[in-house]
Design a protein around this ligand. Structure first.
Ligand SMILES: [Zn+2]
Length: 95
């Protein structure tokens, strides 16, 4: 342990490689937010004078245990792969 000062460095969250500060890195921000479902009883009044209320609903984030946000730092190589396939979710295979 020499130097006496902490070197700030980033590690690629995909391949684990250290990204030096002279290297460009890519930040990925992922937000998972629950949005309230539409209510059926509102459909009866299409000429609603409460459009402003609707707009507000659009922005509403419901309190939900699945709400989460992720911050990833990727090296150039991994970012290049990531943007081609951002949804790397592996769903269980159907029998
Ligand atoms: Zn990487």
């Amino acid at each position: 342990m020499g130097g006496g000062w902490a070197m700030i460095h980033y590690t690629c969250d995909l391949c684990g490689r250290v990204i030096s500060r002279f290297e460009k890195r890519y930040r990925v921000l992922i937000f998972v937010e629950a949005r309230p479902a539409d209510r059926d009883d509102d459909d009866d009044s299409p000429d609603s004078s409460e459009d402003w209320l609707f707009d507000e609903d659009e922005e509403e984030v419901e309190d939900d245990p699945l709400n989460r946000d992720f911050t990833l730092d990727l090296c150039g190589q991994c970012a290049n792969l990531y943007v081609r396939d951002p949804l790397r979710v592996r769903l269980p295979k159907k029998p």
